[in-house]
Design a protein around this ligand. Structure first.
Ligand SMILES: [Zn+2]
Ligand SMILES: [Zn+2]
Length: 216
């Protein structure tokens, strides 16, 4: 099961150029089995894509990317329509725990600095003890930044996930998450990530995905 865990659409992310209907057609053409809507601070875009997905018979999972004092967090399983800017991590974590959802630092090592260096050792340890996974392959990152994140996930025994962070259709599927089991709903996603039955991959590392299909 191949899922792009991190995509922005025009509906809620002004920085994105992806129309939700085109997103679903492109995801299918590419060979993805599902795609996640993760807008900045807003759930509406994911909801619109989810409804279209139902209409077109393609699974869309609803998430959100929330900016916190510890950087961007991908969140799933939380039914809050919009988030204030720079939510304290503790607060977001509490909401996610109460809802039994997922909290995953997005592109945790995007800057030149490592995870511990950026947050400070104490804060970094605090986070690593509380997150459900790390986004270890992000399509907008350099390979080095992804490798730094991967090393942290490995050292701490935290599951690694991947997503394109696409803002343009051409970026879809560059990075993705390979799941051992079928994912048809957010509940499936939460359960499988928590159980660690997933791994991050680049498009070229998995069979069945061909990025060139996007511009044919
Ligand atoms: Zn981000
Ligand atoms: Zn993003």
């Amino acid at each position: 099961m191949l899922v792009d865990l991190h995509v922005h659409t025009v509906v809620s992310s002004p920085c994105s150029h992806i129309d939700p209907r085109q997103l679903i057609h492109a995801a299918r053409r590419l060979g993805l089995d599902a795609v996640c809507g993760t807008e900045h601070e807003e759930m509406e875009g994911a909801q619109v894509a989810w409804e279209l997905g139902r209409e077109l018979g393609f699974p869309v999972l609803r998430g959100v990317e929330v900016y916190t004092d510890c950087g961007d967090m991908l969140v799933f399983g939380l039914e809050i329509p919009s988030f204030p800017l720079q939510v304290p991590f503790e607060e977001l974590h509490r909401w996610v725990r109460e809802a039994d959802g997922l909290i995953i630092p997005a592109h945790p090592c995007r800057s030149d600095r490592g995870f511990h260096d950026r947050l400070g050792p104490e804060r970094a340890e605090f986070l690593l003890a509380r997150v459900d996974a790390l986004e270890v392959k992000n399509g907008g990152n350099t390979e080095e930044a992804n490798l730094r994140a991967e090393a942290v996930a490995l050292e701490y025994g935290i599951p690694g996930v991947g997503g394109s962070d696409a803002h343009f259709l051409m970026q879809l599927g560059r990075c993705l998450t390979v799941f051992e089991n079928d994912i048809e709903s957010e509940e499936d996603l939460v359960r499988e990530v928590k159980a660690g039955r997933c791994r991050a991959a680049y498009a070229h590392e998995v069979e069945g995905i061909e990025l060139s299909r996007l511009w044919r």
